[in-house]
Design a protein around this ligand. Structure first.
Ligand code: 5RP
Length: 222
């Protein structure tokens, strides 16, 4: 199977999990990226079965609207039963690195609200130790150099993601050369640096279910 087919398989598997639990008034949180897009395309086939979605990025909002799925502001939604999103890396504890698509802050907000976070990924994303994928950190633009110096003190090697402005008007530092043995601790340390808006570690709020696309089928971890 190609990587695209694995992504389509996990997107469909996520739809299969949430479909029996959807009601007319259900609103679904939807992530960002190529795997999340596969989920959107699979979900769109059932668009009469739920009310709408909350999007974690402008790109996702556009794709949902193209499918005719209503998109709601998170502030107008009291409950989200499900959030479905991809990841750049996942470990067996369902802690994640996210933000390869620069949508980490809104993704973390929607994940925080959702009762169940279903992460969908092809099997290449499962790692023993997080950190091979450079950890994205969203930063207020004027604090970029200061935050970079503070990250060096923590042992990381930050690189400015040139030409990228997040949906929130901020910039991204990608932190290389980390071996993250304490994801929750590092998530807290990075959040404590003044000027950091958010970092791509999803450890304080990990996924609840990880659906991994493998050549032998979709593997479910929880
Ligand atoms: C975007 C993300 C994505 O979920 C992550 O980058 C994975 O993307 P893809 O499904 O395209 O591999 O965190 O900010």
């Amino acid at each position: 199977m190609t990587q695209d087919e694995l992504k389509q398989a996990v997107g469909q598997a996520a739809v299969d999990i949430l479909l029996p639990q959807l009601e007319d008034q259900s609103v679904i949180g939807v992530g960002t990226g190529s795997t999340a897009n596969c989920f959107i395309d699979a979900l769109a086939r059932h668009k009469g079965r739920f009310d709408g979605a909350v999007a974690s990025s402008q790109a996702t909002a556009e794709r949902l609207k193209q499918h005719g799925i209503p998109v709601y502001d998170l502030n107008s939604v009291a409950n989200l039963d499900f959030y479905v999103d991809g990841a750049d890396e996942a470990n067996k504890h369902l802690e994640l690195i996210k933000g390869g698509g620069a949508a980490l802050t809104r993704e973390k907000i929607v994940a925080a609200v959702a009762r169940t976070f279903i992460c969908i990924a092809d099997e290449s994303k499962l790692v023993a130790t997080l950190g091979e994928f450079p950890l994205p950190v969203e930063v207020i633009p004027m604090a970029r150099s200061y935050v970079a110096r503070e990250i060096v003190k923590l042992g990381g090697d930050p690189a400015y993601r040139e030409g990228v402005v997040t949906d929130n008007g901020n910039v991204i530092l990608d932190v290389h050369n980390l071996q993250i043995h304490d994801p929750r601790g590092l998530e807290e340390q990075l959040n404590a640096i003044v000027g950091v808006v958010c970092n791509g570690l999803f450890a304080a709020r990990p996924a609840d279910i990880l659906l991994l696309g493998t050549a032998k089928g979709v593997q479910r971890l929880e």
